[in-house]
Write a protein that binds this ligand. Structure first.
Ligand code: FES
Length: 115
């Protein structure tokens, strides 16, 4: 009901966008990295309420974490942090973890390219 960290980071270090094959909804996660930590995490989603809730949750779970810790946040963690989701909505929570991981991979790819 009260999503946090909604929006884009214009100069993001990594962006991950994933589509949900089940319903066609779309989510983007933006990250800003400082000293190997996620200094800022924001999201934009064109999805249902559960997708918004899980994206909001993942931005809170991931902010301040190191890259390695953030990569360990799984789909299950997100749903658990929200005290579970109805089975029919479980696929919605997959988007958030997948988009976060995609944003981190994007960041790592860009970092490699700069070397
Ligand atoms: Fe599409 Fe939930 S119904 S993300």
């Amino acid at each position: 009901m009260n999503p946090r960290n909604v929006g884009e980071i214009p100069d993001a270090d990594g962006v991950g966008t994933v589509g949900n094959p089940v319903c066609g909804d779309l989510m983007s996660v933006y990250i800003k990295v400082k000293d190997n930590k996620l200094a800022e995490v924001k999201f934009k989603t064109f999805g249902c309420g559960a997708a918004i809730a899980t994206s909001s949750m993942i931005t809170e779970l991931a902010t301040g974490k190191t890259i390695e810790e953030a990569l360990k946040i799984t789909r299950g963690h997100v749903a658990d942090s929200l005290d579970g989701l109805p089975p029919i909505k479980m696929h919605c929570s997959n988007l958030a973890a997948d988009a976060l991981h995609a944003a981190i991979k994007d960041f790592q790819k860009k970092k490699e390219a700069k070397k």
